[in-house]
Write a protein that binds this ligand. Structure first.
Ligand code: SF4
Ligand code: F3S
Ligand code: FES
Length: 248
């Protein structure tokens, strides 16, 4: 079966833009990215859209569909009624370059702020040993495809440009958690996650977890355990007493 979908696509650049209406043919089994490509091929050859794998693995085709952060290549057209307008807009949290392409370099800057894996200095590479349970814990976080949909949806960034300097966002708070939970990482990351990467600004809304295309339980498995570590260190009365006595 095929039909003409009602597409509304944001066209513009850093100076401004608007939604434009198109009618584009859709065939059975197609995803939004297929229809965007047909639009490019038939009506809007200058439409800018970033993509690479069309398999949900490169994280390039992130945008918003009907206001929800999505991978264009993993969003089935069958999820919309044939006469329903499908509105495609660029990620709202990052500056627009053109049309559906945004500048996500904020995320690369945040990645560089996190000190890398720090194994014990006397441990030779061939001597690394980990329990399977520890491998599995960090493996969940390693599934991240860096689509930045979680960064886009988190209200701490999305609604507050002024927070960007002091808040790493869920993807990078999760990276700190991955390293902190790694049994061979000797760096102490608990104070930094709160003071430098802004964990305290996350109020556990879980929107990041809801939009993650890899199904990573960002909030439950990374952010909340890190909050617990911060609380244990800073607010546990026994730890506080021990620190106070040791300072005397
Ligand atoms: Fe994308 Fe999930 Fe990674 Fe966030 S954690 S960047 S939503 S894959
Ligand atoms: Fe943001 Fe996720 Fe926390 S959406 S507020 S980082 S739980
Ligand atoms: Fe690679 Fe969509 S094109 S994730």
């Amino acid at each position: 079966m095929s039909y003409d979908a009602r597409l509304r696509v944001w066209r513009g650049d850093a100076d401004g833009g608007a939604l434009q209406d198109y009618r584009v043919e859709v065939h059975d089994g197609e995803v939004v990215l297929d229809v965007v490509h047909r639009l490019q091929a038939t009506q809007a050859p200058d439409l800018a859209v970033r993509w690479n794998c069309k398999a949900g693995k490169c994280g390039s085709c992130s945008a918003e569909v009907n206001g929800r952060p999505r991978l264009l290549c993993m969003t089935q057209m069958a999820g919309f009624e044939p006469d329903e307008p499908v509105t495609i807009t660029p990620l709202r949290t990052f500056p627009v370059i053109r049309d559906l392409v945004t500048d996500v370099s904020f995320n690369y800057a945040k990645a560089r702020e996190i000190p890398s894996f720090a194994p014990p200095p006397d441990l030779a590479p061939g001597e690394y040993r980990m329990a399977q349970v520890d491998v599995e814990r960090s493996q969940e976080f390693r599934k991240c495809i860096e689509c930045f949909l979680c960064q886009d949806v988190c209200h701490v960034l999305r609604d507050h440009e002024e927070n960007k300097a002091a808040y790493a966002g869920p993807r990078f708070l999760m990276r700190v958690a991955e390293l902190e939970m790694h049994p061979l990482d000797v760096a102490d990351r608990v104070d930094a996650v709160q003071d430098e990467h802004g964990l305290g600004r996350c109020n556990i809304t879980k929107c990041c977890t809801e939009v993650c295309p890899e199904g990573i339980r960002i909030t439950d498995n990374a952010l909340i355990p890190m909050k617990e570590r911060v609380a244990d260190r800073r607010y546990d009365p026994l730890v506080w007493l021990g620190r106070t006595i040791s300072r005397r």
